[in-house]
Ligand binder design. Sequence first.
Ligand code: G3I
Length: 323
Amino acid sequence: AVLNDLAVRAGLKYFGAALGEGAFQSDSTYASLLRDTAEFGQVVPENGMKWESTERTQGVFTYGSGDVSAKQAQQSGQVLRCHALVWHSQLPNWVSGGTWTVETLTAVMESHISNVMGHYKGQCYAWDVVNEAVGDDGNWRSTVFLDTFNGTGYLPVAFNLARAADPSAKLYYNDYNLEYNGDKTDRAVELVKLVQAAGAPIDGVGFQGHLLVAGTPSRSNLAAALQRFTALGVEVAFTELDIRHTSLPAPASAYATQGDDYANVVGACLDTPNCVGVTVWGVTDKYSWIPGTFEGQGDALLYDANFTRKAAWTSVSSVLAAS
Ligand code: G3I
């Protein structure tokens, strides 16, 4: 059996991957691997459901790219995670550079959330409703949303709008570097509490899991970070896992370490009741966002550029099989 089969046998809902819209349409080896439900029981669009893809011009909604993932999930019976609604990045200029009041920006959020979630209504297991609202220093990230509302009032607004648009989707807060259990994690805990205190719905927290070889926390420390959130009554998941080499080419020993790091992450999810699944942010080292953002870094996924399973693949399959 392979990764999703093993994950489901171990009690998770899924083991999944991000669908890169370009590669999926141009590379048949990539597409067949992503369609293999024994390996990947869940997909999420890498870019297709983001604001700049779905509402590049105010009031004009385009779903061609997002539909690629939705159709794939439907055809193969894969779980669909949907990503992302309220986010400062890949946000068109008409939103980020607009002059808004709380009232007019709320109307913009309402229109975006109701249209996009409405289009995919009933199809998304979970939606990343708010993405990356906390900065790496642990302060609230300054965005058009935070600045217009003069604080965090936009957070419960976003979750309330999302519940109204599709009551069947789990509503997630999603962020990176929560894995280190530092100031940023503290702030994300505060975020969940403040949304709950406002009487708004929040069902899950996504740990993106963009991690570093030899810099990934231990299995028990990762589990401790996850369990700060499940203690608040929300589920958790690793939503964008990749573990990159910070210098390439890397020696074989670093690929073994990468495998240990992957096992720690998947193991932490297995150790946490209400950790529902693990999603890798890509399938093969042939295609990844990392080299474009961190020059000279990468090789962060489970398959190499020739679609050969890496040591990390073997580690993940072993930790799942042992559970
Ligand atoms: O679609 C255009 C294409 O028309 C153009 O020819 C090409 C030239 O550069 O750019 C294409 O857009 C790129 C897009 O990916 C699709 O490939 C953007 O420039 C590029 O910025 C964009 O990068 C994405 C990035 O989010 C943007 O923030 C990555 O693919 C995607 O993996 C990455 O994913 C994020 C998650 O959504 C949130 N968490 C962090 C994660 C990694 O940054």
